[in-house]
Design a protein around this ligand. Structure first.
Ligand code: FAD
Ligand code: NAP
Ligand code: SF4
Length: 673
């Protein structure tokens, strides 16, 4: 028994199998499922997580037929030929000591293609394709396809299947009056709406026999109007258990919900109380899910009996050795998922393969390898922002002797500014991870050292990595040196005082973040009750769908967010998180103005022209978030002197820089030296 996390790391008998611990790697669609040629990569991806100690892996979703595709020609499991390919995956996981279940996912009206079907012909607000209403015969055909998919998974060597019954997908669409207006045996009353879900489980159990796991992903809070009542959810869970499921997994919110459920501003374990409430009504194990990313959080949930298993999907992308590190009592060495979505869900929605901002090897295990070096070198890395940190740590892990110079008195660079934005507190975990791992790998970290080119040349390093990052751009506006003008770094990092009326120049990612910073009251931690009030989330027993009226806390300041370009503010923000930022700014009353010309700053405030008309914004403070410029002052001198020099991150290119690019560039360079 491990002293640190005794509940998390204890085995659990689940129906026919014994899981070695309570960690379930939740289903993630990586994009590798969609093409047969990527099977080897997918097997390597899962095997690495199995070697890392995960108790049970759930694959990305496979459709039981073409009508259930997420995307045209997406992943499906419908015949023996396809099933045979899966043997490479199940064998790789079993050889690594793991267990794996295949998720059966029918997208229903979320299927992004003209063949989509659903309980009723009601278009989803997030999909241009209107689904065809299934006939009663059509429903029975779908049911048989679910069962066929499960038996094929069994023949391919999987330990079980997870039937996706939540997230607003096909089965969930049958469960809710919002999307099921049928009056036949598949709709009209809660019992009839539940019938499809229950029949799928019952007939699957009959087909696969007792020695095969069946998990059911159950929507415990739909977070949409017209969602299920609590009584309906409890009845469904009980009927699913009776029908033969071994485990009930938590699902929260439909894709079309107005409430965020997994982005970084959602407090950790925000929905565990719902799982705990449901667990009291069934006797099979229940899995807690959503925004659980560290062993301490998982252990607390299990210890108080709120759930018997913990599902984590993205945390296993960020760190495949998550479980091993918890077992060794080294949770402070875990590369903690910061719930940014930038390389996982945002990639999935852009139809790109999923990876991780923090761990660019995720999904590329066969391609991006970091083997021990055969020729140890003395390497200097200049700059401890994300690019320099990734390069320094990976070089040291490969066996090089690394000296890391940082001008400031702590590591993190611009990322250390990001962590001060409300809702981005998780970013501090990345700084903690690097601090700890640099220490463990023996990187010679020189803080408070603004190193110069002559000093680097004198020290006779074999190679130098320049990761000196970026500095805020100061736009050429008359009066920009007025005392009321501050940079985002002055405000967020250095705590410069800001007045009650503020204009923010520049509405990119940082302008939006700074506007959030200025409109929040800065409570020390993410307060779950306040977050629920802000987004209008209530006890599912109090209202169907668990929704109530949002009550955002008022902003302490009046904020104007400005950009020169025409069009919507925040249009360039990421798909899965941009809408959350836009909703927050709206709720805080931020006034957004596009198509602005900045005329001057003076004692009266910021003078602008919009649509040919001059306007004065009588603000106390102007915060500049007008992009950045590369810091490259070392590069020429080093290169001219013949020093092998590599330039990465913002020092390389400032435009469209983010931590994803910085870390990937640092990691790929470290793999080459
Ligand atoms: P930097 O982070 O700029 O690091 C460079 C480092 O080099 C600095 O620490 C600097 O002190 C040091 N240095 C410079 N010259 C020397 C020298 N001569 N000697 C020693 N040290 C030196 N990105 C995302 O991907 N997602 C986000 O959500 C996100 N949010 C953000 C929010 C805010 C408010 C801000 C400011 C940034 C955000 N970013 C985000 C951007 C991200 O932080 C940057 O893209 C990233 O930090 C760039 O990494 P870098 O290592 O290239 O440079
Ligand atoms: P950015 O996204 O390039 O935005 C810069 C803003 O400044 C734009 O609104 C631009 O719009 C304006 N601007 C540019 N030059 C200007 C000038 N000379 N005068 C006045 N305004 C000017 O850059 P950023 O906001 O600084 O963000 C930097 C990087 O960090 C981004 O690339 C982003 O990827 C990353 N980041 C990501 C997130 C995230 O959540 N993923 C959050 C924060 C930052 P106009 O030209 O229209 O005025
Ligand atoms: Fe987590 Fe961000 Fe990595 Fe996705 S990209 S796994 S959200 S850290």
């Amino acid at each position: 028994m491990t002293p640190s996390f005794p509940h998390l790391l204890s085995p659990l008998d689940v129906g026919p199998v014994t899981l070695r611990n309570r960690v379930v790697m939740g289903s993630m669609h990586t994009g590798l499922e969609d093409r047969a040629r990527n099977t080897r990569r997918l097997a390597a991806f899962y095997a690495e997580r199995a070697r890392g100690g995960v108790g049970l892996i759930v694959t990305g979703g496979y459709a039981p037929n073409r009508t259930g595709w997420l995307l045209p020609f997406g992943a499906k499991l419908t015949n023996r030929f396809e099933a045979r390919r899966h043997r490479a995956i199940t064998a790789a996981v079993h050889d690594a000591g793991g267990r794996i279940a295949l998720q059966i996912l029918h997208a229903g009206r979320y299927s992004y293609q003209p063949l989509s079907v659903s309980a009723s012909s009601i278009k989803a607000p997030i999909n241009p394709f209107r689904p065809r209403r299934l006939t009663a015969r059509g429903v029975r055909w779908q049911l048989r396809n679910f069962v066929r998919c499960a038996t094929l998974a069994q023949s391919a060597g999987y330990d079980g299947v997870e039937i996706m019954g939540g997230e607003g997908y096909f089965i969930n669409q049958f469960l809710c009056e919002r999307t099921n207006r049928r009056r036949d045996e598949w709709g009209g009353t809660p019992e009839k709406r539940r019938r499809l879900a229950v029949e799928i489980v019952r007939r699957t159990r009959a087909a696969v026999g007792p020695d095969f796991l069946i998990l059911f992903r159950l929507s415990m809070a739909d977070l949409v109007e017209g969602g299920q009542t609590w009584d309906e959810i409890v009845a469904l869970a009980q009927e699913i258990e009776t029908a033969g499921a071994n485990v009930i997994n938590t699902d929260i919110g439909w894709h079309e919900s107005r409430v965020p459920t997994i982005v970084t501003s959602v407090p950790r374990a925000a929905f565990v109380d719902v799982t705990e409430k449901l667990a009291k009504h069934v006797s099979i194990p229940v899995v807690a899910s959503n925004r659980i990313n560290m062993p301490e959080v998982a252990e607390e949930i299990l210890e108080r009996g709120a759930a018997q298993l913990i599902s984590m999907a993205r945390p296993m992308l960020a760190d495949p050795d998550w479980v091993r590190k918890a077992e060794a009592g080294n949770s402070d060495e875990i590369n903690t998922c910061i719930a940014c979505n930038q390389a996982c869900l945002d990639h999935a929605f852009a139809n790109e393969h999923v990876s991780c901002l923090l761990n660019p090897r995720a999904g590329r295990e066969t391609e991006l390898t970091l083997l021990p070096t055969r020729r140890k070198k003395r390497v200097a890395v200049v700059g401890a922002g994300p690019a320099g940190l990734a390069a320094a740590l990976n070089l040291a892990e490969r066996g090089h002797a690394v000296t890391l110079f940082e001008a400031r008195d702590d590591i993190g660079g611009q990322f250390a500014i990001a962590r001060r934005i409300p809702g981005k507190e998780e970013f501090a975990e990345t700084v903690r991870y690097y601090r700890r791992r640099l220490d463990r790998t023996g990187v010679d970290l020189r803080l408070g050292t603004r190193i110069t080119a002559p000093e680097l040349l004198d020290s006779r390093f074999a190679e130098v990595v320049v990761a000196t990052g970026v500095t805020p751009r100061i736009p050429d506006i008359p009066g920009i040196d007025h005392p009321s003008v501050l940079s985002y770094a002055d405000v967020v990092r250095d705590g410069a005082p800001v007045g009650r009326r503020v204009a923010v120049i520049g509405a990119g990612g940082i302008g939006v973040d700074v506007s959030e910073f200025l409109t929040h009251d800065h409570s020390p931690t993410l307060d779950l009750a306040a977050w629920k009030r802000e987004w209008g989330v209530t006890d599912p027993e109090a209202a169907p769908g668990a929704l109530t009226t949002p009550q955002p806390a008022p902003s302490p300041r009046e904020v104007f967010l400005l950009q020169r370009s025409p069009g919507r503010i925040g249009a360039g923000l990421a798909k899965t998180t941009g809408w959350v930022h836009r909703a927050t700014l709206k709720a805080k009353g931020v006034q957004e103005i596009s198509g602005v010309t900045y005329d001057r700053v003076d004692d009266a405030g910021l003078h602008i022209t919009v649509d040919g008309r001059s306007r004065l914004l009588a603000v106390d403070t102007v915060v500049v978030c007008a992009g950045q410029e590369s810091v490259r002052d070392l590069v020429d001198e080093l290169t001219v002197a013949g020093m092998p020099t590599h330039v990465i991150g913002g020092a390389d290119v400032a435009a469209e820089l983010d931590a994803k690019r910085a870390i990937e560039q640092g990691t790929r360079l470290a793999a080459r030296i």
